[in-house]
Design a binder for this molecule. Structure first.
Ligand SMILES: [Zn+2]
Length: 312
């Protein structure tokens, strides 16, 4: 029940599609559930831009403001979510990963693809056999209670390990595995991610576009120079594509380095978003604004403010 007289939220989405039985480790929002959520938001909130939600919270405005965001620039957001957003007249912001425009599949998504086709255990066995010098990945105990609350233990631990090892080791493990298992990166990138033309058309339809970096690396794993490059390259590509530089930013995996605000401000960004699952509050840092995940809003039973799962 929405007991407070103000309640301002941002809901974040990734895959919008009906899950296939093999789609292990990934929790797409089914298209029908997405429509239910947008309808719910449209009926119970004023759907506005992310900036407006932040200012509504900051000024403790009365009412219920909601914004909708999409990370990763996935093709199914264009194919499945866009028609529903248009049907309900809901605005939204999209955060594509600019390296995907050139046929790159970021490590995160290589892992998603691998998990959709092979078991987490098979991938863990490959890792434990090949990446000598790194601690073997355990499968009996969760390595984190902060992220991936909806995944099983092998999947969580595989993802956590890949987040914690040096990016070049992760890239090389995923590249080797991708090739060894016969997957075609360029072809998959085309199928999985929106093209530059689709991003441009979103902008032309009045949707906002922000930056989610160039290569989607966990920013805590990179040195200062590489972090700045990740921000700058993405900003430049989106600026050239859209005729204006992005001012909103989302951190890959919700992870930031303590100097991030400075780097982002230096590149002209005004606002940044985390994946901490709670409503926006007046005291929130404009460069680390929380967002609910679609899974926090599942509407099998009516959404209640007090049932929001907080990230621990
Ligand atoms: Zn992402």
């Amino acid at each position: 029940m929405k007991t407070a007289n103000n309640n301002h939220i941002i809901v974040n989405y990734h895959y919008i599609e009906d899950p296939s039985p093999e789609w292990g480790g990934i929790h797409p929002c089914p298209t029908a559930e997405f429509e239910k959520q947008i309808k719910y938001l449209a009926e119970n909130y004023k759907i506005v831009s992310v900036d407006e939600v932040y200012f509504a919270a900051k000024k403790k405005k009365n009412g219920h403001f909601a914004a909708i965001s999409f990370d990763d620039g996935l093709k199914d957001q264009y194919a499945n979510a866009l028609p529903i957003l248009e049907k309900y007249g809901a605005t939204a912001i999209f955060f594509p990963i600019t390296s995907t425009f050139d046929g790159n599949v970021p490590g995160t998504h290589k892992l998603h693809i691998l998990l959709s086709k092979f078991s987490a255990q098979l991938l863990i066995d490959r890792f434990n056999k090949e990446e000598i010098g790194f601690a073997p990945i355990p499968t009996d105990k969760r390595m984190t209670n902060e992220r991936q609350l909806y995944s099983d233990i092998p999947t969580v631990n595989l993802k956590e390990t890949l987040l914690s090892i040096p990016p070049h080791v992760k890239d090389s493990f995923l590249d080797k595995t991708f090739k060894a298992l016969g997957l075609d990166e360029k072809k998959i990138a085309k199928e999985l991610f929106m093209s530059e033309e689709e991003i441009k058309s979103l902008k032309a339809k009045g949707f906002a576009i922000g930056s989610h970096t160039h290569g989607h690396y966990s920013l805590s794993s990179l040195d200062e120079k590489s972090i700045k490059e990740e921000i700058r390259t993405s900003k430049k590509i989106l600026g050239e594509l859209l005729g204006e530089f992005p001012t909103a930013f989302t951190y890959p995996h919700g992870i930031r380095n303590e100097k991030m605000t400075l780097y982002l401000e230096n590149e002209g960004f005004k606002i940044g978003f985390s994946i901490e699952a709670r409503p926006v509050m007046a005291t929130d840092d404009p460069f680390f604004i929380p967002r609910l995940d679609t899974n926090d809003l599942m509407l099998n039973e009516p959404f209640k403010n007090d049932t929001i799962k907080h990230a621990q």
